[in-house]
Design a protein around this ligand. Structure first.
Ligand SMILES: [Fe+2]
Length: 134
């Protein structure tokens, strides 16, 4: 079951939108593997596969903001940092508890919902600003 990408989450910046789609695909794979009760090692690998892309994606967004002289860079960046910390906590929980039912719920709450919220408010605000200023 793949995770639907809601068109409401489009920022209008093609590069960013493509990366967001990739993020949701990776979350979908992580959730599928957890629900299928695949091995802990495999789920850990998929969480790391997601985490690696999150880091690259945030770096790309932050580079875009810096280059464009975006005035809300700092607040945006601190949301990113918070999320990276959250993923780190999840990784520890996964390693100690395995891909439990609770883990799936946590991914839903702390990863999927966080991203939707961040994209909907913070990234769309960035997209609108970029459209008007570059
Ligand atoms: Fe962002």
């Amino acid at each position: 079951m793949s995770l639907e990408f809601d068109p409401l989450l489009l920022t209008g910046v093609d590069e960013i939108d493509a990366q967001h789609r990739e993020l949701f695909q990776r979350i979908g794979r992580l959730l599928d593997a957890s629900r299928d009760r695949r091995s802990r090692d495999e789920v850990v690998r998929l969480l790391e596969f997601l985490g690696g892309y999150v880091v690259d994606h945030f770096a790309a967004e932050e580079r875009t903001m810096e280059e464009a002289g975006y005035p809300k860079l700092e607040g945006h960046q601190s949301e990113h940092r918070q999320f990276v910390k959250e993923l780190e906590i999840l990784r520890h929980e996964l390693k100690s508890e395995g891909p439990s039912h609770l883990f799936v719920i946590r991914v839903g709450n702390r990863v999927t919902e966080w991203l939707r919220e961040h994209i909907y408010r913070t990234d769309r605000t960035l997209g609108d600003w970029l459209k008007a200023h570059r």
